[in-house]
Design a protein around this ligand. Structure first.
Ligand code: CS2
Length: 474
């Protein structure tokens, strides 16, 4: 497609006469590449790239960001020298800033470039946003050697040298670093998983060990896996957003990102080869990340998933719309009560966090689509519903509000077109069954222990249909 046609397809006619956003246009300097990112998408741009730009030593820290399975985002960004606009969308209006910390935007399939960058001593940090499902993890966070993509990637590592999963590509890059004796570095997991540094470590060591045990040994010694809790609501960019940037900023940007004004990054772990001063942008470095991680995964992401499933069953499309429905709002508050009962009271200020979340979710100018959040349900429910349900039952309570999240998911899988899920085939097969058999088979995909617990199966079965049946909104 010609550039003009592409522009029109993306709804940028009115921006056609404007200059393209480039480094020259903005007179933006180029920092040396010292960070590599896997998973170049909107969230990386609104979060890690944005934090890096705000760091006091930003001039020392450029990023080479690689896409996942498709090259599109890299091609679009490379055409504007990695520059993009962050649109901070508050209730009161938009504000615009240009981020220039991405120096190279690369097609993820270009594993030669990835290997060369990881083999460079200057590279000190690898950040990851490869999705929850990208770690090929078992329900307990170990490496799932039986996952369908693993065999193909191992064959590629042994043969063509062209693995296709981000995990396989990272392992290939680390092998190049070891071969070059380029020294230690930090891998920083920025996906919404509990103990995400440990999950990343298990995944990398699992894949590397299955390929070449000596590489796994080297990784154990030389690579630090940093755990983080990341937060910034970043819905998908729309054609209208491109227009808004063009008319407010006077340039054409194919890759702006819209985000809420709020952002948070909590990190725990070592950076043996250094890191940007992200604390200048508000990042928090802590010894014990678990309370922060649980607060965010349960209260924010848990409520998101609850709204995604219950909200869609009740006919809503966005987070703000679902939250405005009293039945959904009530379900969220009840889930928060259960989650809060299992968070430490000290230091987290959960009441203020909950109040802030209501305001963040209620920001109707951010069209955060429930269908986007609903994806990868089997993996997300494991982090968002299961721990709260388990903790509540261990404390002698029912965990009914956490169970409702799972019940709403069950309803979605039956009523809505199939959502993307790493276990989509299993979801489809389970849905061919009926009654308790179906329920058990679906629960099994989320957590085998829950599926084996007759009382939990009965609880969830009893809740199925409850959200849809509550009085209609308004
Ligand atoms: C959302 C997250 O899509 C989802 O699963 O819950 O992307 C959420 O918006 C971010 O974690 C916010 O920081």
């Amino acid at each position: 497609m010609s550039a003009g046609l592409q522009d029109r397809a993306q709804g940028k006619e009115s921006a056609a006469g404007l200059p393209r956003l480039t480094r020259e246009l903005r007179n933006a300097p180029k920092a040396p590449v010292r960070m590599v990112h896997l998973g170049l998408g909107a969230f990386h741009r609104s979060h890690q790239a944005w934090y890096t730009q705000q760091a006091g030593d930003a001039a020392q820290w450029g990023i080479a960001a690689f896409t996942g399975r498709r090259p599109d985002a890299a091609l679009a960004l490379a055409a504007q020298d990695g520059l993009f606009t962050v649109v901070e969308r508050a209730d009161a209006g938009d504000s615009f800033s240009v981020v220039g910390s991405i120096i190279e935007a690369v097609d993820g399939a270009d594993v030669d470039r990835l290997a060369a960058l990881l083999a460079a001593r200057a590279t000190a940090v690898v950040t990851l946003t490869i999705t929850e499902a990208g770690y090929l993890a078992t329900a307990d966070g170990g490496f799932d050697a039986a996952a369908p993509d693993v065999a193909a990637d191992l064959a590629a590592l042994r043969g063509t040298g062209r693995p296709v999963t981000p995990l396989g590509r990272l392992v290939l890059g680390l092998a190049a670093r070891r071969a070059a004796a380029a020294g230690p570095l930090a891998v920083v997991c920025c996906d919404n998983l509990s103990h995400n540094g440990t999950v990343a470590r298990n995944a990398v060591l699992g894949m590397a060990g299955a390929w070449e045990p000596a590489l796994a040994e080297w990784i154990r010694d030389a690579v630090s896996f940093v755990s983080t809790s990341v937060d910034r609501i970043t819905p998908r960019t729309t054609a209208a957003d491109l227009e808004a940037v063009a008319s407010a900023c006077g340039y054409r940007d194919s890759s702006p990102v819209v985000a809420e004004p709020f952002s948070s990054w909590v990190l725990s772990g070592e950076f043996p080869a250094g890191r940007p001063r992200w604390e200048d942008a508000g990042a928090l470095f802590v010894e014990d990340i678990e309370p922060y991680e649980n607060r965010k995964l349960w209260l924010l992401n848990g409520a998101h998933s609850l709204l995604a499933y219950a909200g869609q069953v009740r006919g809503h499309a966005t987070v703000a719309q679902a939250l405005a429905d009293p039945a959904c709002r009530h379900a969220v508050e009840a889930f928060w009560d259960e989650a809060e009962a299992n968070l430490p009271a000290e230091g987290l200020d959960v009441p203020a966090y909950r109040a802030a979340l209501l305001a963040r979710f209620g920001n109707a100018r951010i069209a955060h689509h429930l269908a986007q959040i609903a994806m990868d349900g089997t993996t997300k429910l494991r982090m968002r519903a299961v721990p709260v349900l388990r903790a509540e039952r261990a404390a002698g309570r029912t965990g009914a509000a956490a169970a409702l999240m799972i019940a709403a998911w069950l309803e979605c899988t039956a009523q809505l077109p199939p959502a993307q899920d790493p276990l989509a085939a299993g979801v489809e097969a389970a849905n061919a069954l009926a009654g308790t058999e179906r329920l058990r088979a679906l629960l099994e995909l989320v957590d085998a222990d829950l599926a084996a617990d007759a009382a939990v199966v009965e609880l969830i079965g009893g809740l199925t249909g409850r959200v849809a049946a509550s009085p209609a909104p308004g």
